[in-house]
Write a protein that binds this ligand. Sequence first.
Ligand code: ZN
Length: 164
Amino acid sequence: MATRIIRTYEDEILRKKCKPVGEINERIITLLDDMAETMYAANGVGLAAPQVGTLRRIVVIDVGNGLIELINPVILESSGIQQANEGCLSVPGKQGMVTRPDHVRVEALDRDGEKFIMEGDGLLARAFCHEIDHLDGILYTDLVEGELEDVEFDDGEDEETPEE
Ligand code: ZN
């Protein structure tokens, strides 16, 4: 496993639409492993393949309850509304208010090629939406209400905005 370089805001690869994964081969498995390692090394809660320069429909997420790997994810259903500050590993040092559904149901393949369905509320629902947007070239900065703000570091008291 290895960490990969996280592409940032100006990189136009972040604006491209990703292709579905056909065969889950060794390269895809290595990519999944590297994406998880890269996400954890950056203290993120989610990472999408284009953020490490690969235009494939692959996402990893960990909002604190273990690693979730999604290949070719599709949102089947969403409901409710939540509003919170959001951040992105590709837009370092910034955050902004984004409205998202509060409950999301996703279908995807796992690394063995098995289809599964997963539901998420709150932060997990937000992460599903944020990461799947990445696969279509959409950044949260497109959806932000008001201005992007600088993240203030280190009094250690405020809740940190999760970066995805
Ligand atoms: Zn992001």
